[in-house]
Design a protein around this ligand. Sequence first.
Ligand code: SF4
Length: 375
Amino acid sequence: MAGLYVHIPFCKQACHYCDFHFSTDISTRLEMCKALVSELVLQKDYLAEEITTIYLGGGTPSLLNRAELDILFSSIRTQFTLAPQTEITLEANPDDLTKEKLEEIRASGINRLSIGIQSFNDNLLKYLNRAHDAQGARRCLETVREAGFNNISIDLIYAIPGLTQKIWKETLQEALSFLPEHISSYGLTIEERTVFGNWSKRGKLHPVDEENSAQQFELLMAILSHSGYEHYEISNFCKPGFHSRHNSSYWKQSRYLGIGPSAHSYNGDSRQFNIRNNASYIRSINEGIVPFEREVLTRENKINEYILTTLRTDWGCDLSFLKLHLEDDLLHRCGDNLSLLQQKGLLTIGNGILLLSRKGKLLADKIAEDLMVSV
Ligand code: SF4
């Protein structure tokens, strides 16, 4: 079981909060697609297993046209063995998803869409500098259903300055009216190298305080669980059977190969990070060299990654896995801390599995940090 991630590093415009790697200069799109194909060839032996999930992320993969999608998928199918019923996800922005584009997407074998809706409120969409408006978001979701996609995920952002509990509730209700199979929802974080980061430094933006952010997260959990969604990872909710298999494989420590500028790969013992620059990436790939840095994971790194990722999930942190595979006796190492967390109602331990309570999910990163080993 292994995953393949392909990074498409182009966007029509820069959202004010976004720290992902992308360029708004889309003139090198075809050149980039050819470089991605070359990297697929160069990296074809990285994964020994068959591919069970493919994820086209970015950037904005929905900018790709039929010919570009064809080039990529024909190379993927040549270089790798795909499992039957491979989950193939494309990240998409609402303004790209016309009826014609959706037909092209379907024809290339993509069977899951992750759509960057973010909000149904025009003022907030403008504030975030999204390329679509609320009406565009609604139209897109209707068109996607008409085109026959039956596995869609909607991204929504909370903790945006100006997002009240009332607007957030309306946003969630409107999202639910489209019956999405999956919802990913993240609290806005202000990243340094973004417009919001700059505004924040100059005092033009005041991040939402922790209490308000927590209230919006609680509302999210309450409304989605009431509507039959499983909260299977801190920021991810799904109808039964519709969890993101690709993202889950990251949290289950499966191997994956990342293709494209800024993409990461993981083979169980090390992580590789491709360079975050389109021109340098293309130049290096054209010389037959994948431009990456490698980090070899120590036992301590592996323990910490395991605790951090699994505590965020509904399958939890398996104490026997830690003992057996990483020689870490967490119960012994952090016994007092774990008892305290249990007494406070932040986590439970049953059958050797640590699980965060609803209250604990609000403090997930802090709790995980306290259980980590020092490196
Ligand atoms: S949020 Fe998505 S669409 Fe916006 S700039 Fe980032 S990658 Fe591009």
